[in-house]
Design a protein around this ligand. Sequence first.
Ligand SMILES: [Zn+2]
Ligand SMILES: [Zn+2]
Ligand SMILES: [Zn+2]
Length: 167
Amino acid sequence: MATRSEPTGREQTAHCDASQTLKNVGLAKTTQRMAVLEKLIGAAGPLNVRDILAETRGTLKINRVTIYRILASFRESGIIREIEAGSGMTYYEMACLHNPVHPHFHCRRCGSLICMPPLTLSQAWDWLTRPSDFSVESINVHITGLCGPCRERDDRNGVASKGGNRV
Ligand SMILES: [Zn+2]
Ligand SMILES: [Zn+2]
Ligand SMILES: [Zn+2]
């Protein structure tokens, strides 16, 4: 993490190569690992096991247990980060330089999890390296409220939303 160059912003489109990523961390290249990793690389937002299963099971032989095992190996290798949504559901996203640490917005109605603009590298670095009597090993920020579609549904139904400001 320390040797990485400063990310240039979210408009950056180049992303990791699945095969190279596995090679970098010394994980054997299997069809199942490749399929799961390609879904995570190509995802517009964090995925949960159900999403990954739904997207991969049509093309290869895979089940929930295999996906959990693959995700655990990715997490231990630092390829992905795990996000605990307020709903108790666990989501996963790439932890590469194209996807710097950022907060997540969790919709309390529909459960959708949306990536928010990243912390600057210096902010995150400061948190991770500041000497203190505790050690920050990962940063996990939750922002909870209503997402756009849910908020519009409430507006249409005349439900007063809980004092939230539109972002
Ligand atoms: Zn990447
Ligand atoms: Zn929603
Ligand atoms: Zn995210």
